[in-house]
Design a protein around this ligand. Structure first.
Ligand SMILES: NC(=O)c1ccc[n+]([C@@H]2O[C@H](COP(=O)([O-])OP(=O)(O)OC[C@H]3O[C@@H](n4cnc5c(N)ncnc54)[C@H](O)[C@@H]3O)[C@@H](O)[C@H]2O)c1
Length: 380
């Protein structure tokens, strides 16, 4: 049995717990949240024997092998670091840390201590996203010529909507580019195998004044029933990035949390010299393959129609759609295989701390570019 302690039981924590309970050989020993009542409710819902409010109680428990860090960005570095120092394997939420220096330190420390590490870039674990990566790698697309995409949400589109993500002290120097941009650039680099080399970022704060609730509000939760105070918002809720990939191909990405009607709409398109690939989270089971000289194709996730290296992520017979919970489970499955040294079927590429660090490099360049109003090179 591999034993787990999970810290942060707000929005994403319970999603980790649900996926963990579906994997073999895992025992969740404790959950922790600064809000003890929330930790207790979560422990009850997921049959976890212990709930606490001080994360050190989990980190100091020698019977726990793995830490899932599901706290806000501000605590990623501290908790990840202390977990590694105690020899625990860590599955961290994204972004890996508040800034590049913290992220770099975590990569070094994890290497030094030899612990298995991972970052929850879960969107790449949809079966057909994995399939797209394999097909691009084997040359189906030809050369990558141009890429584009977006990630839109609406849960912060009203002045009464609020999240710690909007505060620099909780989030770092970026809200949405760190939050949603990190997922999107991970997807893009993962499927193309190319890196983002140059960026031109443009941020905007569409709602510069908000009503901050006086009580705790979890991600996606409505804040309207709490008393509020008026606050100024510094961080961006809109971001657009023009960029160049390592092969010179141009790309563009935009993201915003104030798009009424858009819930978690992320999509990306890769245009190559032979054909095109596109994926949209709203139709996450479908890989669109665009052709010039013959009809376009739609590959629906399937253990029989996908490459043998990605078929195992399509865990149900074709026609039974998988979703977000399954993408999480796929990622965790590879993470726990790595802990057990099970490399029978190696994952194409699992997101590790170095992946999170690389994402922070892109973010750093985008932040600097927006500030200085000019193109910036990513410091690879
Ligand atoms: N991979 C994904 O798809 C995904 C999705 C959502 C969030 N996230 C990431 O997960 C992290 C958490 O986001 P969320 O949406 O769940 O936020 P949230 O506000 O809903 O939940 C965070 C929880 O952490 C608890 N917490 C805060 N400080 C703590 C501490 N010191 N010790 C223990 N608990 C503490 C809070 O009480 C809260 O319950 C963020 O870094 C976010 O970027 C990732």
């Amino acid at each position: 049995m591999t034993t787990v302690g999970l810290i942060g039981t707000g929005y994403i924590g319970p999603i980790h717990l649900g996926a963990l309970r579906r994997l073999e050989g895992i025992q969740i020993k404790a959950v922790c949240d600064a809000n003890l009542e929330l930790a207790r409710q979560t422990a009850k819902r997921y049959d976890v024997p212990r709930a606490c409010s001080n994360y050190l109680d989990v980190l100091n428990d020698d019977s726990i092998d793995v830490i899932h860090n599901c706290t806000p960005n501000k605590y990623h570095y501290t908790i990840n670091k202390q977990a590694i120092e105690r020899g625990k394997h860590v599955l961290a939420e994204k972004p890996l840390a508040m800034n590049l220096a913290e992220a770099g330190e975590l990569v070094e420390l994890a290497d030094k201590k030899g612990v298995v590490n991972g970052v929850n870039f879960c969107y790449r674990y949809y079966p057909v996203v994995q399939e797209m990566a394999v097909r691009i790698k084997r040359g189906d697309l030809g050369d990558v010529r141009m890429v584009s995409g977006s990630y839109y949400q609406d849960w912060l589109s009203r002045v009464t909507d609020y999240s710690w993500r909007l505060e620099r002290k909780e989030s770092g120097d970026s809200n949405i580019t760190a939050d949603l941009g990190s997922h999107w650039f991970d997807l893009l680099q993962f499927v193309t195998g190319l890196s983002v080399n140059e960026v031109m970022g443009d941020f905007a704060t569409l709602l510069p004044k908000r009503k901050k609730p006086r009580k705790q509000v979890l991600a996606f939760e409505k804040a309207s029933d709490a008393g509020t105070e008026d606050v100024d918002i510094e961080l961006e809720d809109y971001s657009a990035v023009l960029f160049r990939l390592s092969n010179g191909a141009p790309g563009s990405f935009s993201t915003c949390q104030a798009c009424a009607g858009r819930k978690s709409d992320t999509e990306f398109q890769v245009y190559g010299s032979k054909c095109s690939f596109a994926w949209n989270h709203k139709r996450s089971t479908e890989l669109w393959i665009g052709h010039r000289e013959k009809p376009n194709e739609l590959l629906v996730e399937s253990p029989f129609l996908q490459d043998q290296s990605t078929a195992r992520y399509a865990t149900l017979p074709a026609g039974h759609p998988l979703g977000y919970h399954d993408a999480e489970m796929n990622l965790f499955g590879d993470f726990y295989n790595a802990i057990r040294g099970n490399t029978v079927i190696p994952p194409i590429s699992r997101p590790v701390f170095k992946t999170g660090y690389d994402e922070m490099k892109i973010l750093d360049a985008v932040i600097a570019s927006n500030k200085q109003r000019q193109w910036k090179r990513v410091a690879w």
